[in-house]
Unconditional design. Structure first.
Lengths: 360, 331
């Protein structure tokens, strides 16, 4: 950051280094384990966890562009996620299982997401800022209803199951011989496609928030009135930030559809996904991009691995009143919700903010 | 000054005329008896929505607190109704309307007290620390909502619970060829009583005067030496208690209590607040009935569009009046 000629790493990270040694280590560890996930953690389940982490890193980071960098609380982010996923799902289910359909579906999803985001942004021109969160909540529930009602197009509550291009099919073999004891099948190709796309999108967002445009967004977050007084059309910037976040979320949705080979309202549109994203961004650290990435890891891991631990704890507490119910594996969200509230109170900058603060 | 006042009053006529206009516009699309049934149903739904939304509009208007956790108090009221009416099953199923009414009153009272108490704790523990920070308010109350929903499930279980109405309120009677459910009349009566009580409280008492003045200009009230924090607590507790009351009524109307009953209503309540204008009890009342009527008419004419229609209504109102039908206070 300080040197006159930025090195290649700085250029890659847009001069926005994680900041502390511990954070560097954590993120490096995360990057290495995601890069080598198919070889380090063989098995269908752990590969699915790793792929979900990649997708949610993009999704949470794109939400952070709105919440953390621009200071807008939207509840319609899953809607954009769903648009990307439904775009790919509908294209693959109705057209052919080729790359053309994937690209067409993803492009349509992104275009729709951007259009709706701009529309919401322009509507919020006319209303008080506090209405924005409520309106996004209403619009998101409208989208959920629409997705379940337009049965011919979206498959309704059941969703859509579809075939992906041959290369991504589990039956596809990249090489006849296993490498390091791992068979290179379509699942691994899918994983690396998701990993590469997620990494590229994350670096792109890092670039954007560290551009002059990103600085204006942060200025709006800190003091909207002053930013306006300096001559920036804050409404235009907020709308652009919303459109950008929507496009990124739609791309994450497209990746999700390719991973699951299925899409339905519960997977991409439900309010519980929205809550997950909110938890990821806030627990990880708003306005840092690295924070939401760590938050995504914490949340996805908790979803998959906290529940068995809680089941054991709940079992050992049998006989106490209420306690087993509180530690029931299905109550994992209760504890994350508690963590969320504590983070908002005591560490408003999340994990990353706390680590940076400690480093001075 | 008087011209300004006249203009404001004149513009209000448009907002008031919306209700009868919508009610009459749908009449040609159906038979009169159907229309009457739907209108009564819409009024009843509107009254229950008003119970749930009234507190929130004051909380938004006076305290400038943007809470997304209001649904949690509705859920609490609904589940308390299950417990209380379950315990009083003898009264609730008895062949005596006095005992039935007593059971209903007990459930309403329990919900009122419990939701109010929970609201007090919520204000003291959660809201108090985030006054004046809208973004943190939204985040913290969403966190509170998650915790509250999970706690409700931990206590009452995850499965939907059936909640039969007390015996006397189950049936319906025929009026001018239209079937009118008895329970809907109870809901309308309770809604009117609460509206009248709130109206008197706000317009005829000193506390009400302070609340209204606070909605208009909080800093001035504070500068005059009133302890607005106490006012805040009072408004918050009243608002959450009413949410619990509305939760009981809505749960009995649905006869089924699910964990998401509160968060589902939250969306409708937000729509009502936006249509009515933040901080306005009268606007909230009108908007709630409007939403109730539109939901029922559209639910009959095009069932799939019911919730969508209220969102379209909200968008239309916002384009017409960006601050809602009955805006209160300074921008």
């Amino acid at each position: 950051m300080s040197g006159a000629a930025p090195g290649p790493l700085d250029r890659l990270l847009s001069g926005d280094r994680p900041g502390t040694r511990l954070l560097n280590l954590l993120l490096l560890l995360l990057l290495a384990s995601l890069l080598l996930a198919p070889f380090l953690f063989p098995g269908t389940r752990s590969l699915a966890v790793a792929a979900r982490i990649c997708i949610f890193i993009v999704l949470a980071a794109s939400y952070d562009v709105m919440l953390g960098y621009t200071g807008i609380a939207s509840f319609a982010h899953t809607m954009f996620f769903g648009m990307g996923a439904y775009g790919v799902a509908i294209a693959l289910a109705k057209l052919s299982a080729g790359w053309g359909a994937v690209l067409l579906g993803a492009a349509a999803g992104v275009a729709l997401a951007v259009a709706v985001a701009v529309l919401i942004g322009l509507l919020s021109l006319r209303v008080r800022a506090v209405f924005f969160s409520m309106i996004t909540l209403a619009v998101a529930s409208f989208a959920l209803i629409l997705a379940t009602q337009l049965r011919d197009l979206t498959g309704g509550e059941d969703g859509l199951t579809f075939s992906v291009p041959d290369v991504l099919q589990p039956s596809f073999r990249l090489l006849a011989e296993p490498v390091l004891g791992v068979r290179l099948d379509g699942r691994i190709v899918t994983y690396y496609l998701i990993f590469a796309a997620a990494l590229a999108l994350f670096l792109l967002m890092l670039r954007i928030v560290n551009s002059p445009f990103g600085r204006v967004l942060q200025a709006i977050r800190e003091n909207e009135f002053r930013a306006e007084a300096l001559g920036y059309r804050t409404v235009v910037y907020r709308t652009l930030a919303g459109a950008l976040a929507a496009a990124m979320a739609a791309l994450a949705g497209a990746l999700m559809a390719l991973l699951l080979r299925y899409n339905g309202p519960d997977v991409t549109l439900s309010f519980s996904v929205m809550v997950d994203i909110l938890l990821m961004v806030v627990i990880g650290g708003m306005g840092t991009l690295y924070g939401p990435a760590l938050g995504a890891v914490v949340l996805v891991m908790a979803e998959y691995y906290l529940q068995p631990a809680m089941a054991a704890l709940s079992g050992s507490l049998a006989g106490w009143p209420l306690l087993p119910a509180l530690f029931d594996p299905d109550r994992w969200l209760l504890w994350l919700g508690l963590l969320f509230v504590l983070v908002v109170y005591f560490f408003p900058a999340g994990i990353v903010g706390k680590l940076r603060e400690r480093a001075g | 000054m008087s011209a300004e006042l006249l203009r404001r009053n004149a513009s209000d006529w448009g907002a008031y005329a919306l209700l009868p206009l919508i009610a009459l516009a749908t009449l040609p699309a159906m038979s009169f008896s159907t229309w009457l049934t739907l209108t009564v149903a819409g009024f009843a739904m509107g009254m229950m929505l008003f119970l749930m939304a009234a507190g929130l509009t004051l909380i938004f208007g006076l305290m400038q607190v943007f809470t997304f956790a209001h649904g949690a108090f509705i859920t609490l009221g609904a589940y308390l109704a299950v417990s209380v009416l379950g315990a009083l099953a003898g009264w609730s199923n008895a062949d005596s309307w006095a005992l039935n009414l007593a059971a209903l009153a007990a459930a309403l009272l329990a919900a009122l007290m419990a939701s109010g108490a929970a609201g007090y704790v919520f204000e003291r523990v959660i809201i108090r620390r985030v006054y004046g920070a809208p973004l943190r308010q939204i985040l913290i109350t969403v966190g509170g909502l998650i915790i509250a929903e999970q706690l409700v499930v931990a206590v009452w279980g995850a499965n939907p619970l059936p909640l039969p109405k007390p015996a006397a309120f189950r049936g319906s009677f025929i009026l001018a060829g239209a079937a009118i459910e008895t329970y809907r009349l109870i809901a309308v009566a309770l809604g009117l009583v609460v509206y009248a009580a709130l109206h008197l409280l706000l317009n005829r008492t000193r506390v009400g005067l302070l609340v209204r003045a606070g909605v208009e200009n909080l800093e001035m009230v504070e500068a005059l030496g009133y302890r607005i924090r106490r006012l805040f607590i009072g408004v918050f507790v009243t608002g959450t208690a009413l949410a619990g009351l509305g939760g009981v009524m809505w749960a009995l109307y649905q006869e089924l209590v699910t964990r998401s009953i509160g968060s589902e209503m939250t969306i409708l309540i937000f729509i009502i607040l936006i249509i009515g204008g933040l901080g306005s009890i009268g606007g909230c009342f009108t908007a709630a009935i409007l939403v109730g009527l539109v939901t029922n008419y559209v639910g009959f004419l095009a069932p799939k569009l019911a919730l969508g229609s209220t969102i379209v209504l909200m968008m239309a109102v916002l384009l017409w009046r960006p601050r809602g039908l009955f805006p209160v206070g300074a921008e």
